[in-house]
Design a protein around this ligand. Structure first.
Ligand SMILES: Cc1cc2nc3c(=O)[nH]c(=O)nc-3n(C[C@H](O)[C@H](O)[C@H](O)COP(=O)(O)OP(=O)(O)OC[C@H]3O[C@@H](n4cnc5c(N)ncnc54)[C@H](O)[C@@H]3O)c2cc1C
Length: 444
């Protein structure tokens, strides 16, 4: 199949690629424009596939986990695992190209680090998104995916979105790539209190907590992973001097294993190995290496927190506490604006503590059934995405649905991270192009 056959005029009959046109059917709509779909947009651009693609993003502009863009936090992967370098080291979308463009390449080299700050990496991603020239419509939260019937089957999909002012838009596509990231997890005990301003998830830390801190607040930070530790360290340094308890289920804060042999599981080639394993062996593999990513913290941050607690002991202060082997088992809210009474259980011993604020660092959930795909439930086979991240659908369903970040059980621990983006995006781009070519051949 020649490239010429696959090509079509780029984004036809539209004044602007992201502008909705009621009758137009896009070849591809990407839902969510975080690093995963940004990497895909770049892969499509670099493959010069001429594919009529548009991406829809809920946020008003590009931002990578803005609620946790904290001063002093660093990347947990090498900058070489950027959007492109592992696939195309000569790409103009690499982190090194970004540094060069910004005039900081030499000074970055002088820093002798593989790990830029998260603030800088966010700036890199924003720069890369900006270079794509308006392929993404921001402020478009997708609310539903509707199958468009053609006889007994489905020919394409209608994507319903809404902007911040409440205006609804409908676009159509023959293929979609769903990459909405994880949903902040609110454990059952706390879920009924979501709208209470005294409770928040780490995902909203910079918006809901930092600007609202008052001197001497009593704060419970719940969780024992990287986000909990970053928030604990940030609050410890806050001039408002809140009193902070770090409450974790496990016996101790544990370091993330990023040693070289273990780190090989994040290599893109490893995806094939994991995918080829029988289900039980895969599950065992995920358990074996969970300590690379879940409920663990970078060693330098652990050492910093240990130092903070030690200094406090020397000073005879008690503003910061770590409560290990402790879990929340009850929550009483004492009216709006008053305190929160948290019942805790430590090794079978129940006790209560009063707080002004609770911050949940309880991670994210990624369950396909709870995403926008519920609108396509009747057409799904229930099988996991295939090796190319395409969701198996029932006969008669012509559109393709690819997912990014929802295949950890079958593709391995790198699936929710940045490590495989450069390669995964090219695999999905190729699969999307192949589906387009197959459809055209079938129509001839
Ligand atoms: C604080 C933090 C730090 C991290 N640091 C690292 C790291 O250093 N290294 C690493 O490998 N991984 C890290 N991760 C893991 C993280 O999952 C990946 O870095 C990366 O963000 C995954 O990209 P994504 O595009 O799949 O998801 P996301 O980054 O979550 O992006 C999804 C996008 O979809 C949008 N969206 C969601 N729903 C809709 C909708 N209905 N309509 C339209 N748009 C929607 C969201 O607004 C968001 O912009 C970190 C995660 C967090 C929370």
């Amino acid at each position: 199949m020649s490239e010429a056959f696959l090509s079509e005029p780029f984004r036809p009959d539209q004044a602007h690629p992201t502008q909705a046109h009621p009758d137009h059917i896009h070849e591809l709509i990407g839902i969510g424009f975080g690093p995963s779909n940004l990497a895909l947009a770049i892969a499509l651009e670099e493959r010069q596939s001429g594919l009529d693609a548009v991406f829809l993003e809920a946020k008003p502009r590009f931002a990578w986990h803005p609620g946790m863009l904290l001063k002093g936090t660093d990347m947990q992967v090498s900058f070489l695992k950027d959007l492109v370098s592992q696939r195309n080291p000569t790409s103009g979308f690499s982190f090194l190209s970004y540094l060069h463009d910004k005039g900081r390449l030499e000074r970055f080299i002088n820093r002798k680090t593989f790990f830029p700050s998260r603030v800088e990496f966010n700036d890199y991603l924003d720069w890369a998104a900006g270079r794509l020239g308006g392929i993404c419509a921001y402020d478009q939260r997708v609310e539903a995916i509707e199958p468009v019937r053609a006889g007994a089957g489905v020919s394409h999909l209608r994507i319903h979105s809404r902007d911040g002012a409440g205006r609804a838009t409908v676009r159509q596509a023959r293929q979609i790539v769903l990459a909405p990231g994880g949903q902040p997890h609110w454990p059952e005990l706390f879920a009924p209190h979501r709208s209470d301003a005294r409770l928040s998830h780490s995902n909203d830390f910079t918006a809901r907590v930092l600007p609202k801190l008052t001197p001497g607040e009593r704060i419970a930070v719940i969780g024992g992973g990287q986000s909990a530790c970053e928030i604990f360290a940030t609050l410890a340094a806050d001039p408002a001097c809140p009193r902070v308890d770090l409450i974790l289920r496990g016996p101790a804060l544990k370091p993330a294993d990023d040693s070289p042999f273990v780190n090989e599981i994040f290599e893109p080639a490893h995806t094939d190995l994991v995918h080829a394993l029988p289900p039980e062996a895969r599950a065992q593999h995920l358990r074996e290496f969970a300590g690379t990513n879940y409920a663990v913290t970078d060693l330098d941050l652990l050492q910093h927190i240990y130092g903070l607690l030690y200094e406090q002991e020397v000073e005879g202060a008690a503003r910061l506490r770590m409560m290990a082997e402790t879990q929340p088992v009850g929550l009483q809210t004492v009216g709006q604006g008053a305190g929160l009474h948290l019942t805790l259980d430590a090794q079978g011993r129940r006790f209560g503590l009063d707080y002004d604020r609770i911050i949940l660092c309880t991670g994210y959930r990624r369950e396909l059934g709870q995403t926008l795909l519920s609108g396509l439930a009747d057409w799904q086979t229930g099988a996991a995405p295939d090796r190319d991240y395409r969701l198996p659908m029932k006969p008669g369903f012509a559109p393709t649905v690819h997912v990014q970040g929802y295949s950890e059980p079958t593709h391995g621990l790198a699936d929710t991270l940045l490590s495989v983006l450069a390669l995964r995006s090219a695999e999905i781009a190729a699969s999307v192009e192949l589906a387009r070519a197959d459809r055209r051949i079938a129509a001839e």
